[in-house]
Every structure is written in C-alpha cells, then in structure tokens.
Write a protein that binds this ligand. Structure first.
Ligand SMILES: Nc1nc2c(c(=O)[nH]1)N[C@H]1C(S)=C(S)[C@@H](COP(=O)(O)OP(=O)(O)OC[C@H]3O[C@@H](n4cnc5c(=O)[nH]c(N)nc54)[C@H](O)[C@@H]3O)O[C@H]1N2
Ligand SMILES: Nc1nc2c(c(=O)[nH]1)N[C@H]1C(S)=C(S)[C@@H](COP(=O)(O)OP(=O)(O)OC[C@H]3O[C@@H](n4cnc5c(=O)[nH]c(N)nc54)[C@H](O)[C@@H]3O)O[C@H]1N2
Ligand code: SF4
Ligand SMILES: [Mo]
Length: 729
C-alpha cells in the first residue's frame, strides 16, 4: 500500500511566499493546497502553486546536460559539459579579453536559495564587466533611490499595508501579481482589511485593473506621466504647508531643495499631460496628509518607464515629508531573520552607481551590472570588448527584454552560448550547451530575498519533497562546480577557511545566517534562545516574527546617517521630466501608447508549458478602449496589427472600457512557437511577444532601466493579403 503523507513548504514561484500543503499517496501528488497554519500566508495560494507538480513532471524539462548538434540535441555527461563550458570561457577570454564573456541572470535566481548563495562567487570568477540581469527590466529605479537616499541598494521600504489607513498605489496590480517589493501573501485579504477598518485604497493606473476595481477610487493616468503627478502632489504639500517629517525631522536633509524643485509643478500645470484634474490632485494630497496613516506604493508601472528613477525618488520623498516613513501604517523596513542587507553592509558592500559604462551606448553600470537594454548591441557591434560568449542563468531575455527580436538574432551570432536552465525555450535554443538544474519540489528553500521586502517579519525553511533523479545537479552545485573549475581548484581540494562558499553547503550557510541574524542565537536580541536552522525546521509552517518595527535612524547606511531628500542626480533629471509638458502626445505617427499586463496564470514567460495554466480562451490579446477600437473599425476577436518603431505583431483584439483612451495593453511572456524550442504545450498556444514591440532605446536614461511601458505604437485592422498577392510576393 503506498504511503500517504503530507509535506509543507513555501511556494517559490513569485514573491508572495505562500505556504502550501502537498498531500501524497506514495510518490503521487494528490493535492496542493494553501497552508492555513502558515502564519504569514494563512492559507492563501493562487493557481500557479498547483502547477508546481506540472513542472516537476514535465516531460519537456531537461534533466541532463545537452549539447546542440547540427540537427538536434545530444545528452552529454556533467563532466564533459563542465569541461567544455570552462574550456570555451577560457579560450574566448584569452583570445578576446575578459569582457568577451557575458552573463545574464533571470528572475528565478532570486527565488532560488542555492542560486542566491552560489551565484555571486561564480559571477566574480568570470571576471567580466558584461554582467546583465532582469533587474534592469524591472526594479533598478527602486535600487537607485534606495542607494542614494538610504545608503544601500537593497534597503527598500515596503508599504505597511496591514496597518495603513490610506494606500495610494501607482503602477502596481497586486491582485494579479500577488505583490511585488511588497511580499504580502493573501494580498486580497490584506486589502479588504484596510477597507474594513475604514481605510481607503486609491489606484492610479492607465488601466482599471483587477486591483483598481476593488479600490475606493481609480484614476487613469497617461503612461509615463506619473513623475508630473508626483511633483504636483509635492507642490501642493509644500504650498499648503503640510510638510511634517515628524520623528525624522532631524534625520532628513535637502528639504529646501525639494521645495524649490517642485515649485513650478502646480496641479493645473500637469493636469492635461497626466490626465488627472487639478482638483483631483489637490484632493489626493489632502486625503493623504489627513489620513491617520498613509502610504504611497509604486511598482512596475512606475519603474519600467522613462522616468522610473524620478518616480521612486519622489514616492520616497512623499512618504517621508508627510511623516509616513518608518512608522506603522507608512513605508517601513523589514528586519528578516537572515539579514542580507546588514550582512552585505558588514562586508562593505552597499551597491554603487556609474563606476563604468557600457561600451557601445555608454549606459551606466549599477551594482556591477549593465542595463540589459544594451545586451544585443554589445553582441553585434564589433571591436574590443565585443561579447562572444553568453551564459544565461534562469533567464529568457528573448521574451523578457526590450526588442527581444533583435536579441534573438544577436544570440545566433555568438561564438558560444551556455544556458543554465530547465527548458529548451526561445532563448536557450541558441545555446551550445544547456546545464539543467533540479527545480521546484526537488529543492530545499529558504527565501533569502523576499523576507527583505515582506509586510511582516517571518521565517520558514522548506525541505525538498522529492529526491532528484539520478545524476542531476542542483543550481548551487552547478554554479559551485563552474566556479571551482574557472578558479582552478582541484576537485576535492581543501578550501581556504574564509571561503565559506567552497567550504559550506546551502544548509550550513543558512544556519550561519540565522544564528548571526537579528533573531539568532549568536547575533540577535534573544541570544542563546534565538533562531538556528534546527529550531526553524521544528516549525514546518514557519515562524512569525511580528509586525514591522521602526528602525531609523540606526539602520541607515548613509555615511552621515542622514536621509538625502534631494540627491543631485535626481534634481538634475527633473528638467527632462519638465519637457513632457511641451510634448504633443498624438502629433506623431504612433498615436497610441502601449503598456503591459500580468496574468494570474502566467509567471513571466516560463510557465506556459503547464496545460492546466494555459487552458481556456486565448489570453494573449490586445486590450483597447471602445473609442479607439471604433476609430479603427475593430471588433472583438478581430486581428489587429500593432506597430512600434522596432516591429509589429498581429494579435487578437479585446475591446475593454477598462483601458484609458489612447492606451493599449499586451501581456508579456508570450511569443512561443519558435523553431527549435521544445515546449510542446506552450508552442500550441504561442501568442505574440510584447517585447517584439518594446524599444531598446526607450529607457529611463538616469538608471538605464528599460521603459517597457508607454511605448509609442499604432494599431490597424489586420488585412490578410489576397492569395494572389501572397503568390506574387
Ligand atoms: N514587456 C514587458 N517585459 C517584461 C516585463 C513586463 O512587465 N513587460 N516584466 C519584466 C520582469 S519584472 C521580469 S522579472 C523579467 C523576467 O525576465 P527573465 O527572468 O529573463 O524571464 P523569465 O520568463 O522569468 O524566465 C525564466 C527562465 O528561467 C528558467 N527557470 C525556471 N526555473 C528555474 C530554475 O529553478 N533554475 C534555472 N536555472 N532556471 C529556471 C525558465 O525555464 C526560463 O528560461 O521580465 C521582464 N520583462
Ligand atoms: N501572476 C503573475 N504574478 C507575477 C508575475 C507574473 O508574471 N504573473 N511576475 C512577477 C514579477 S517578476 C514582478 S516584477 C511582479 C510585478 O508586480 P506588479 O508591479 O504589481 O505587476 P504589474 O502587473 O506589472 O503592474 C504594473 C501596473 O502598472 C500599470 N502601468 C503601466 N504603465 C503605467 C504608467 O505609466 N503609470 C502607472 N501609474 N501605471 C502604469 C499597468 O497597467 C499595471 O497595472 O509580479 C510578479 N508576480
Ligand atoms: S501567489 Fe505566488 S507564492 Fe503564492 S501560490 Fe501563487 S505563485 Fe506561489
Ligand atoms: Mo520582475
């Protein structure tokens, strides 16, 4: 009789950190449910958790290294794979210099304990400046604001939604994304609780999103104009003398510079361009300052646009000058059990900006990484430092970075490409060798990253559920082996005692991190009694470590222990935003603005090979307002051609009054079905890639982050060519 058992863990697919209960009959999963006893998530899950079993069982998933042959793929041994990869890296670096090797790290890295621990030493061993990651198509502006204002790139405040009375959200859709840089499993429950205690939720978004529909108020905003809206709110707050940094009064500097810079941006000045009336702006400012507690929260929509850095700077300033910073109900800093930010700072690592630039377009590096908008040109532009070999690690930049089509072609020209990935997909099909790690249910997990951004402090360790197949490797083992070979360590040789990443396995490192962390037996408040990995493992549902606490000014990482409200680089960039007031929006041929959207059953580009997630009607559609549809004679279900400066896609039309007039939306992560990709289910429902429209030259010029939202496009009805034309073509 197969044995029935129950396994508890944390879902590591997105940032929410939901506790799940997996019941099994032998090795057969019988159910995946939310864990009601998980103190953080309290039973919440989304449909993706159930799909963890599909990834586990997916026959398309790679389980052994493969090498590309002229016509197909061939299984090779781990030893051959490692040898060949290292040989090629060394060959290319000796022939063309260190920077001829590049690396791109994708999103699942931050959801993977082993990759988080062993990724950095591996990347250092590559000794290249050509490091890229999904950060620059995502949250780079948050990091830049955190570094310049609070002294550490990872010291990012999160909204204390469990205690706030007024939540103002810009460019975030947590009811679908489940929260981002705001880890808040069960966000629907937490949002309802705000309203139940008499609080208010206001959403500013060019689409009346799933979240906006549940809010107390929603206002459309023209894509990319948030910076003006934020400047105008500050204008009102200064003009009305509502500035009250409260407890932080003596900790902030630069208040007068902010007063000066916002002076020209009265609500009436920005109303037309933003699409939000002067009265509404004034009212929002008044509501915000009069609410007992209030918090501004901005995410992807204001990060991946041309003024991303200014937006995140101004959002911080707004929270600070209204006394809603580092206070319950405002923007606060988590204190996780493994305190990555504190540990990095202890080692002298705070992040850095603009130490060097990309070769071709001279985009600034941040924290040792270049903006990925520059990757394709660095591959295709000849000269010293041209990229000849690329390693992708858990990334699918062909679908996830701007002008993906250009990158797709560029990858085909590389001398050599290596991917550490579980699938042969749109990106990895270009690889010469793929090193597939174990994944999901075969791995143990402690969330090193998202406790740093969680709305409540907690900790949990998830053991692996399944033994990995024979002769497979975890991400950390792949990364460690590559590093060892690159640095010339003999297999089995004794590591230097300070080299903890060679000496220790992930569990030992986690134990050290916990013991020396803020709640630990060695470093914490409860010395002796405090956390160790052993103690954490006795609590399969995880432990609650309480609500967020004020931590300033002690925890500030700036040299002078002050918060700079007016860093020079932001002040200088305000002129660029002011020029928005002069631009005539619809004067160009591209009369519409394109934004993205996330979908509950997608996870960026890589979960479309789960039949249970992709079933049902086509979701890769163009959302367009009825007025814009009528003007182009488009009906629901028609095909439309969307064209931007860099390309065009043909896509099914879905008319929706939820769209702001003048704005259209295409979800990201689709565009499968390309020759050579081996995703049987995804390829049957390919959709189109929005990043075949997004433009690599549209960036937040301050940080180099891609502007994926607000892309100028035009839309026409698709007119199939008459068959004679096709024949003649
Ligand atoms: N237009 C537009 N573009 C966007 C966005 C948008 O909103 N609009 N969003 C952006 C954002 S926020 C992000 S984070 C990026 C994501 O960008 P990427 O990280 O480049 O893309 P993903 O789709 O997450 O691809 C993840 C890859 O990791 C592999 N993988 C999955 N699990 C594992 C694992 O355990 N180990 C390893 N080694 N590999 C694994 C998958 O097979 C896949 O190839 O996309 C960005 N692109
Ligand atoms: N189901 C699901 N969950 C996910 C993911 C997924 O792919 N699927 N991806 C995960 C990842 S990697 C991330 S980073 C997070 C992202 O999490 P969120 O940031 O919450 O997610 P988005 O849906 O990208 O929200 C961006 C919002 O900005 C709006 N927007 C676009 N342009 C503008 C603008 O110019 N101004 C304003 N004010 N708003 C604008 C869009 O309409 C959209 O509602 O989600 C994570 N969770
Ligand atoms: S919301 Fe995120 S963490 Fe929670 S079950 Fe869904 S994918 Fe997993
Ligand atoms: Mo992301």
């Amino acid at each position: 009789m197969p044995e029935k058992r129950t396994h508890y863990r944390t879902c590591n697919l997105c940032e929410a950190m939901c506790g799940i209960v997996i019941t099994l009959d032998g090795d057969q999963i019988t159910a995946i449910r939310g864990d009601k006893d998980d103190p953080f998530s309290q039973g919440h899950i989304c449909p993706k958790a159930t799909a963890l079993q599909d990834i586990h069982a997916d026959p398309d998933r790679l389980r052994h290294p493969v090498r590309r042959t002229a016509t197909s793929w061939q299984r090779i041994s781990w030893d051959d794979a490692f040898s060949e990869v290292v040989r090629q890296i060394q060959r290319i670096q000796s022939e063309c210099g260190r920077n001829a090797v590049a690396v791109y790290q994708g999103n699942p890295n931050v959801h993977n304990t082993g990759a988080m621990l062993y990724g950095a030493p591996f990347i250092r061993a590559l000794r290249t400046r050509n490091r890229f990651s999904a950060t620059s198509v995502d949250q780079l502006p948050h990091h830049l604001a955190a570094l310049t204002m609070f002294g550490h790139q990872l010291f990012i405040p999160v909204p204390d939604i469990d205690r706030t009375d007024y939540l103002l959200m810009l460019g975030a859709n947590p009811l679908v994304s489940n929260g981002s840089l705001m880890t808040a499993a069960g966000v629907d429950r937490r949002l309802k609780a705000i309203q139940a205690r008499g609080g208010k939720i206001v959403v500013i978004d060019p689409r009346c999103t799933e979240t906006a529909q549940k809010a107390d108020a929603h206002h459309f905003i023209r894509p990319g104009s948030d910076v003006l809206f934020l400047l105008a709110l500050l204008h009102v707050i200064f003009a009305e003398d509502w500035v009250t940094p409260a407890r932080l009064e003596t900790v902030v500097k630069g208040l007068e510079s902010v007063r000066h810079i916002v002076a020209p941006f009265a609500p009436a000045v920005v109303a037309d361009v933003t699409g939000i009336s002067a009265e509404t702006i004034h009212q929002i400012a008044a509501d915000f300052v009069t609410a007992p507690t209030a918090v501004f929260y901005g995410r992807m929509g204001v990060s991946t646009q041309q003024f991303g850095s200014l937006c995140h700077w101004l959002i911080n300033v707004l929270n600070i000058v209204t006394g809603n910073f580092d206070e319950p109900g405002g923007a606060m800093f988590p204190l996780p059990a493994i305190d990555i930010v504190g540990l990095q700072a202890m080692m002298g690592s705070f992040g850095n900006f603009d130490r060097y630039r990309s070769r071709v377009r001279e985009l600034p590096a941040f924290g040792g990484e270049l903006p990925v908008a520059a990757l394709a040109e660095e591959i295709t532009t000849p000269g010293g430092g041209q990229i000849k070999l690329l390693i992708t690690n858990a990334g699918n930049p062909v679908l996830s970075t701007s002008n993906g089509a250009q990158l797709d072609s560029a990858l085909a020209t590389l001398d050599f490409m290596v991917s550490i990935d579980i699938y042969i997909n749109e990106t990895t099909r270009h690889a010469d060798i793929i090193l597939p790690p174990t994944t999901g249910l075969e791995t143990e997990h402690y969330d090193l990253v998202f406790h740093n951004f969680a709305v409540r402090n907690s900790a949990k360790f998830s053991p692996a559920l399944f033994e990995p197949d024979e002769d497979t490797r975890h991400d950390w083992q792949i990364l460690r082996e590559l590093r060892d070979r690159l640095e010339g360590f003999e297999p089995g040789s004794k590591p230097h005692s300070a080299d903890i990443f060679r000496r220790f396995k992930p569990r030992q490192l986690l134990d050290l991190g916990l013991r020396f962390g803020p709640y630990g037996s060695r470093g914490g408040r409860q010395r002796g009694d405090g956390l160790t990995l052993f103690k954490l493992r006795q609590q399969p549902h995880g432990v609650d470590l309480g609500p967020l606490q004020p931590v300033l000014p002690q925890r500030l990482f700036t040299k002078d222990r002050m918060i700079d409200l007016a860093p020079g680089l932001f002040l200088e960039d305000v002129d660029r935003a002011a020029r928005l007031l002069e631009t005539q929006h619809s004067a160009d041929a591209f009369d519409l603005r394109l934004i993205g959207r996330r979908q509950l059953r997608s996870n960026n580009s890589w979960m479309h090979n789960s039949a249970r997630l992709v079933k049902g009607k086509n979701r890769c559609t163009l959302l367009i307002n009825p007025v814009d549809a009528r003007a182009r004679a488009l009906q629901n279900g028609d095909l439309a051609v969307v064209t931007s400066r860099i390309g065009s896609v043909t896509i099914e039309v879905e008319i929706s009054a939820d769209m702001m007039p003048g704005v259209v939306s295409v979800p990201h992560g689709w565009g499968h079905g390309r020759t050579g990709s081996r995703l049987r289910i995804a390829n049957e429902r390919p959709g189109v890639s929005v990043n075949d429209l997004t433009d690599e030259t549209l960036i937040d010029t301050l940080s180099g982050n891609a502007a994926l939202n607000g892309v100028p496009v035009h839309v026409t009805a698709f007119r199939p060519k008459a068959s004679s034309e096709v024949v003649n073509a």
